[in-house]
Design a protein around this ligand. Structure first.
Ligand SMILES: Cc1cc2nc3c(=O)[nH]c(=O)nc-3n(C[C@H](O)[C@H](O)[C@H](O)COP(=O)(O)O)c2cc1C
Length: 157
């Protein structure tokens, strides 16, 4: 399968998980690309005003994974703007995950995933796998990274 991982990451946490996911999917025999989603004006608090720098194309991928941090208990605005900018996602296999500082998914992570699901549905798609990685405690973080990666790897079979 040709898989694209589209990652928005300010301080590297989400990118760290995305790279591990890339290695896992590649080890399964998939062709995997890591594509960065970067907002030129990252601090902008209105997703409608976000300007994306060279937004990656989704053309040619069978499966897409969207990854971003939680900001203010919501999906990072750069990823919101990117998802809104996409063409139809109908027929694509889709997954997503978010990372957040706080130790429980109800502290923004679940809400961010719901936000991602809504934006994906607006493009005719649905998330077949999703994960929240809480960063604060090392042991829990490692377990959630492994769980998220395995959930996403499982749908690529
Ligand atoms: C502006 C801003 C808002 C944030 N809001 C939240 C939040 O609501 N809940 C939370 O758990 N973490 C929050 N965080 C922490 C990040 O979600 C967390 O550190 C994440 O792993 C960063 O990912 P990155 O390194 O890929 O940018 C916030 C960080 C920033 C910069």
């Amino acid at each position: 399968m040709n898989i694209g991982i589209f990652v928005n990451s300010k301080t590297g946490n989400t990118l760290f998980v995305a790279k591990k996911l890339k290695d896992r999917l590649a080890a399964m025999g998939h062709k995997v690309a890591l594509e960065k989603v970067v907002a030129g004006n990252d601090g902008e608090m209105d997703p409608g005003k976000i300007v994306l720098s060279n937004p990656p194309s989704i053309k040619g991928y069978d499966m897409l994974v969207f990854a971003a941090p939680v900001n203010g208990a919501r999906l990072a605005f750069g990823m919101q703007a990117y998802l809104q900018s996409l063409p139809s996602l109908e027929g694509k296999l889709l997954a997503g995950f978010v990372t957040e500082a706080f130790p429980f998914p109800w502290m923004g992570g679940n809400q961010a995933i719901r936000g991602m699901e809504k934006l994906v549905q607006a493009k005719g798609g649905t998330l077949s796998a999703a994960g929240v990685v809480n960063w604060m405690f090392t042991g829990k973080r490692k377990a959630l990274i492994a769980e998220t990666i395995e959930k996403i790897a499982a749908i690529s079979n």
